[in-house]
Design a protein around this ligand. Sequence first.
Ligand code: KG4
Ligand code: ZN
Length: 371
Amino acid sequence: MLVQYIINDAQNTTFGVSFAKLFIFLNSLTNIGINLIKKNIYILAIESSCDDTGAAVICDGVVISNKMACQTVHSEYGGVIPELASRQHLLHIIPVIDSALKAANIDKGELSAIAFTRGPGLLGSLIVGVSMAKSLALALDLPMIEVHHMHAHILAHFADEPKPEFPFLCLTVSGGHTQIVRVDDYTEMTVLGTTLDDAAGEAFDKAGKMLGLEYPAGPIIDKLAREGKPIFDFPEPQVGELNFSFSGLKTSILYFLQKEMAANPNFIKDNLADLCASIQSSIVKILMKKLTRASTITGIKNIGIAGGVSANSGLRSALESEGKAKKWKTFIPAFEYCTDNAGMIGIAAYYKYLNQDFTDQHVTPAPRLAF
Ligand code: KG4
Ligand code: ZN
């Protein structure tokens, strides 16, 4: 009403006509501004770094759909076969994206950006996700956001409450990485310690293979360990400060099994649960010792775990009990955000979106992307 009054009044003079036009123009600019501020940020995120194909929709930093297609073809080989993984991604990626959009109840036209894992990971697997992201961004004329897979594992903590306060320490344990990271902000992270050889997830998987378990053996060891006792001792590695090493543990498990099997060919079968409990307890002890050391050195008492191995029940309860003893604030992601998923890629992308940190069509997959 007030606007109409001013326009009518202004139109009574020649100067007034121009004034009225200027007023309408400024008014429409303000409306556009308000609409831009109000508009929800919808990000479609794609994850394809290893053997799981994921797509998720994130609205203003909140995961509203998170779909995964897990590959089972690798289980009989004792590890991921890269060629098979990329072919499976090709089969899964479009149905998974469709299903994420449907579950979020939004149309492609409502998206604000396309996010994807640029690395690290398997080249053939990454190519599928990166190419899909590029095609969608080009067709829909949307900005692209590249995400570092390990940053995303850490930022998975922001999917649910309670969210960690900065700075916090994150023990990031997956099939390819074992790191202690100091997290000062959504995009400011420093690696304080890392593995010198195998990753913690790899240690679970390789030990499981020696026991005749399928790949990935981590969750199977976790389950069997609940029925056993950690009665077998394996030596702890002696590596400097905050770094890790798991290759010595792997070798000592191998020699131990060879020795026991020579005396009793049924040794593994007869002691499977206790072996699993012992292996899990050794890995968890190694991880917790370094994490505790990192907290002492930095004085940081906000402590989280992330990555596939953070789904391990032994590690989760060790963090909780150590946290109580040391008066830490501990952060453990929900199971769906521990192992690979596209929701975490979308969360990491959201904070990059807020900084307008976009990439372009020249981007290439980076299997060894630096942290
Ligand atoms: O983060 P993730 O899904 O993929 C990578 O980025 O590597 O981690 C996969 C790893 C595998 O080594 C798997 O055995 C391990 O996480 N894992 C577990 C458990 N669930 C997954 N290890 C121990 N206990 C679990 N419950
Ligand atoms: Zn991962």
